[in-house]
Design a protein around this ligand. Structure first.
Ligand code: GUN
Ligand code: FE
Length: 442
């Protein structure tokens, strides 16, 4: 496949490069093999031969190519309740809405119906890779894995562990730490087998739900599994005042220290939210090369604060963007990128993270849409060790093609980038490719 059109890609956390009327040549293995520009000698000949061989996708003048987005934190089973009960605090929302929904995934037929729709919806929104929480149910998680493979998403899937009787309801809990660890290991092996059979990026993820929901025994065992199988880890970290305070009460330490103690902060770990982390916690995360999944929409509801993205990027912390369905109400990373920019203008001094309107736009807190775009693409790919998120030779062709809303005044390419990021809705997404394979078409 060869695609001709104008593309945008992040070169670093602050800069977006645009290339006009490029020819993106994708090889049999789904990797971007060459990118030619109109000034290149071979351009005309390659354009011609791709056209003749009927393997050219020639974009309209109002269509643009950008990397597929990477959703670094999303709960697949919560898709049916996206948008519900967001006026409740986190613990209340979990106990009265989320756990009663997740327990329904003991029914494989229900899992099939939801997961089919969910995976399709991610792709239709331009998301080409996602790090996902499933539920505690082995069969339902395998159903999610099969949907990911058949629809072509790059899926990182976690079987959730939650075995602490103090912080989980009787009807939705692993029967014991031992049983949870055994079932997790079964899931790991089944997914690894599926990965070697299909050759697709489908990866099992070690998934302690968060510190409150796990016993020490479960956390010890999950740390060991992460090391033994060299697998990614995902969890929630210092998401809210309540959660942050819980770890201090139980362990006398921040949950960053607790997670680190159990070997769960690795360079393949992704910790969601982190609004209550302190500069000392940030440093631990940097030293372990653990990424933070910034979930800006969800954080408005549950976070009791705003992640200081600008500061963290400057310090060199690894960061990506997450929808946190259904703590966030939309699967669209466009909407999350917009909220990331908006939230950054509401940040205070970064010490106690209280949202104070009078301190709006505090010095140095603002991020640009280029920063948010980096999080959704290159930052997420780095966190997941994917050679994706960038339009460049040697990177995998995970791409989305979007149509810009009508231009009613002259626009520079920099303007076009802003317009795309601020105005694209699901209906504007025309094609989505993962590894050069078309996985969604409007
Ligand atoms: N903390 C523990 N579980 C969850 C969850 O499902 N969503 C969010 N946002 N936070 C959590
Ligand atoms: Fe979450």
């Amino acid at each position: 496949l060869t695609i001709s059109g104008t593309y945008f890609t992040a070169t670093d956390p602050n800069n977006v490069q645009s290339v006009k009327d490029a020819l993106i040549m994708i090889d049999q293995t789904g990797v971007i093999q060459r990118i030619l520009q109109p000034s290149d000698q071979e351009y005309a000949a390659q354009l011609q031969s791709a056209r003749q061989a009927d393997r050219l996708l020639e974009l309209d003048s109002d269509q643009y190519i950008i990397p597929g987005f990477i959703d670094l934190h999303v709960h697949a089973p919560q898709w049916p309740q996206a948008g519900l009960a967001l006026d409740r605090p986190l613990a209340d929302w979990l106990n009265h809405y989320t756990f009663p929904l997740e327990v329904k995934f003991s029914d494989p037929a229900y899992a099939q119906r939801v997961y089919h729709d969910f995976v399709h919806t991610l792709l239709a929104n331009g998301t080409t890779a996602a790090m996902m929480f499933g539920t505690i149910h082995f069969d339902a998680n395998m159903t999610l894995a099969k949907e990911v493979v058949s629809q072509g998403l790059r899926g990182f899937i976690g079987q959730v562990v939650m075995d602490n009787p103090d912080q989980t309801p009787d009807y939705y809990r692993n029967s014991s730490a031992k049983a949870a660890l055994q079932s997790t290991e079964n899931f790991i092996q089944a997914v690894l087998k599926m990965q070697s059979r299909t050759g697709q990026t489908i990866t099992p993820v070690i998934t302690p739900r968060f510190v409150p929901s796990c016993t020490d025994e479960a956390l010890v065992g999950l740390g060991q599994l992460a090391r033994r199988y060299n697998l990614p880890v995902q969890s929630h970290l210092s998401e809210s005042n309540w959660e942050h305070g819980y770890a201090i009460e139980r362990f006398g330490q921040h949950d960053t220290t607790v997670m680190d103690h159990f070997g769960l902060l690795t360079d393949r770990a992704v910790m969601a939210h982190g609004t209550q982390l302190t500069p000392g916690d940030w440093q631990v995360l940097r030293e372990r090369r653990t990424a933070i999944a910034h979930c800006p929409i969800s954080n408005i509801y549950f976070g009791n604060g705003i992640l200081p993205v600008n500061r963290l990027l400057k310090l060199g912390n690894k960061l990506g963007l997450g929808s946190d369905i259904s703590g966030g109400y939309t699967p669209s990373l466009y909407h999350n990128a917009r909220q990331a920019v908006k939230s950054s203008q509401q940040l205070t001094d970064g010490v106690d993270n209280h949202l104070l309107a009078e301190q709006r736009g505090v010095q140095g807190s603002r991020i640009t849409m280029a920063n948010a775009f980096y999080l959704a693409t290159r930052g997420g790919a780095q966190a997941l060790h994917l050679k994706a998120g960038v339009i460049q030779e040697g990177y995998t062709a995970d791409l989305q093609i979007v149509r810009m809303h009508r231009a009613l005044m002259p626009l520079t390419t920099a303007d076009i980038f802003q317009r795309l990021m601020y105005q694209t809705e699901q209906a504007d997404i025309c094609h989505v490719f993962v590894g050069g394979r078309e996985v969604y078409k409007a």
